[in-house]
Design a protein around this ligand. Structure first.
Ligand code: ADP
Length: 329
């Protein structure tokens, strides 16, 4: 079953003071997310990630296009009882304590007080805020507010959880905790749809990712599939090569770097066996042989073009899609 289905979603914001002009933030986005998947929406700042999440959550309206959540059109707010949402840079009533805020959030879902109190304790513990329940939110650090935001997103035991930049403002320990929490949610069978610009988080957490840039989808699929698109190379480190060996290896090496007695050779996967054969035949010693796995970062950097220098200058124009135009999208 599809948890999220997005078809041809476009959003134009009206910008300018006197003469309002449309600025395209999303441009014909289509994608779907299976129930139970952990799905990452990736993209640089301004790519349209928050806009997508806000449309799905009905906080803003699309210019054109349709979307369905848990099988229902997004206009049907009855599904909201089954959703959790962490907005980007959450800001809560800061005169409340974390416990009071969680009870308030529970009340919005009509959760009985006793159950709400129990869940509040469990969730504050789960996000690493145990013992801070009595502290006013205004005394929270940014990371603590973020953790509280995640706790409130789970108060109704949602089936589908939207997290907009969940690692934002967290220190390395906080990021690890939240990564583990997302992995737990996946084990529980929840669907998690989160946006991030931190690629290593996506790489450790996501079943599938979509890459957005300036409102358009540049790629979508399983990480393995996406990463396999990149040509892989092999790194071979050898010891004591003669000048003749170096000469024989040169045609097959993409790069050769000598450090002391060692030589690091980078070659295409298809040439690696020739390199290895040559090295062994010349009597040099092989220290290591490693396929170089392309990372999501390599793929991302290859797909996403450089950011516009002054977004204000481009306010009247639809986003420039140099790369997309080249690839015929
Ligand atoms: P992301 O979450 O990927 O950083 P956003 O969805 O916040 O991107 O923004 C996408 C584009 O839409 C950006 O160019 C941003 O400046 C613009 N934008 C976002 N919100 C508004 C708004 N309320 N009014 C005008 N432009 C907006």
């Amino acid at each position: 079953m599809l948890a999220i289905e997005i078809k041809d979603l476009t959003k134009d914001y009206k910008v300018g003071f006197w003469k309002k002009k449309p600025r395209r933030a999303l441009d014909g986005l289509s994608l779907s997310v299976e129930a139970g998947e952990t799905f990452g929406l990736l993209g640089p700042n301004g790519a349209g990630k928050s806009t997508t999440l806000k449309i799905l959550f009905r906080l803003i309206f699309p210019t054109t296009g349709v979307a369905r959540i848990l099988g229902e059109n997004i206009q049907d707010r009855s599904t909201h009882a089954r959703l959790g949402f962490l907005p980007e840079n959450p800001s809560f009533y800061d005169h409340l304590t974390a416990e009071e805020f969680m009870m308030f959030a529970s009340d919005l879902f009509g959760i009985p007080a006793r159950q709400a109190r129990r869940q509040t304790g469990e969730l504050l513990d789960r996000v690493g805020l145990a013992g801070t329940g009595g502290l006013r939110i205004r005394k929270f650090s940014k990371g603590m507010v973020q953790r509280l935001g995640i706790a409130q997103a789970l108060i109704n035991d949602p089936d589908l959880i939207f997290l907009d930049e969940p690692m934002s403002g967290l220190d390395p320990i906080g990021r690890r905790d939240i990564r583990n929490l997302i992995l737990e949610l996946r084990k529980e069978g929840k669907t998690v749809f989160f946006s991030t610009h931190i690629l290593s988080d996506a790489e450790t957490l996501c079943d599938r990712v979509a890459i957005l840039d300036r409102g358009r989808l540049l790629g979508c699929g399983e990480l393995e599939q996406i990463l396999a698109m990149k040509v892989r190379t092999v790194e071979i480190v050898i010891e004591g090569p003669s000048a003749q060996t170096l000469g024989e290896l040169r045609p097959y090496a993409r790069a050769m770097v000598r450090t002391g007695n060692q030589l690091r050779i980078e070659s295409d996967e298809k040439d690696a066996t020739v390199v290895l054969g040559t090295v062994l035949a010349c009597g040099a010693r092989v220290r290591s042989f490693n396929p170089v796995k392309s990372s999501l970062e390599d793929y991302f950097m290859a797909q996403v073009s450089a950011p516009e220098e002054d977004p204000a200058e481009n306010a009247a124009q639809p986003p420039l899609r140099k790369r997309a135009a080249r690839s015929g999208r």
